[in-house]
Design a binder for this molecule. Sequence first.
Ligand code: ZN
Length: 194
Amino acid sequence: MKAIWRPSPNHSPRTQAIKYIVLHGTWMSCAQSALDRLCDPAAEVSCHYLIDEKGALYQLVKDSEAAWHAGISAWKDDVSLNQSSLGIELAHSGDVTVPYTEAQYETLIELLGVLLTAHRIAPTHVLAHSDIAPDRKNDPGPQFDWNKLYSAKVAQPLSLQPRLSYEDLKHLGYVGSKQVVEKAYKLRLGVASL
Ligand SMILES: [Zn+2]
């Protein structure tokens, strides 16, 4: 799959096998300003891939390196997921009333298909940034349509039950207080559940 190479210096040597894929929304006015920030050494953030509003795919960091996209994070017994994950940013302003574009879903689904196979990642390990950092992050947001990924079999619902107890959510993998974990799970369920 063709990606535009836009190298970012913001990465470290990878010390763990790739186990997760983390999806993000850039929450910036346009893809170009997000790319500038993700490649700025002073910002100390990056990702492996960015998909702009028109579906164009950029690669910023090689899969073999740990990009700085997850920050302080946890899922099940794993912490600081930069080391064990790939990060994909979707260009988006952050306005919950604005959907991601069809072109973005098309590119994302193709990319996830390639990455899941290449790195033997389980579809249950495709997560939102809000899943792994529920106290700090809300991206890719309730406007992200997970059902498109589920239908394409490149992600899986965390559970088939819409209403789960805090204990159930912790068992799925969430780490955090009851309030933030319940909020993060609602984001996975979409705008209708807010
Ligand atoms: Zn994020």
